[in-house]
Design a binder for this molecule. Structure first.
Ligand code: ZN
Length: 115
């Protein structure tokens, strides 16, 4: 891949990482504020458990994406960015523009998600 393109993908990834990190921190902050100190009654407890699960799943999702972004940035440094980590075929640039942290081609991604 051309250096200019790589640089622009790197910039996109860094930007995405910044945004996700602050989102994640905000989620954690609001979670601890909301669930921190009060002692809930029974009905409240059920609601709180649900909200807590919801918040945790949001958190997990951004953590996953953050990990992928880290990996994509490493792949840029290693000169392997844009190549599928599974089958080593090039990942179409159109896909990278939509999902700059993609490290698998569509086909491998689908197979991994099925597992
Ligand atoms: Zn692949």
């Amino acid at each position: 891949m051309e250096k200019e393109k790589l640089d622009s993908f790197r910039a996109m990834l860094v930007e995405l990482k910044k945004r996700l990190s602050s989102d994640y921190e905000k989620t954690l902050e609001s979670a601890s504020e909301e669930f921190g100190s009060e002692v809930p009654d029974m009905n409240d407890e059920a609601t709180r458990t649900m909200s807590r699960r919801l918040l945790m799943s949001i958190g997990d999702k951004s953590l996953d994406t953050l990990r992928q972004i880290e990996e994509a940035l490493e792949r840029i440094d290693d000169g392997e960015y844009g190549i599928c980590a599974e089958c080593e075929e090039p990942i179409p640039e159109g896909r990278l523009e939509l999902v700059p942290h993609a490290i698998f081609c569509v086909r491998c991604q689908e197979q991994i998600e099925k597992k």
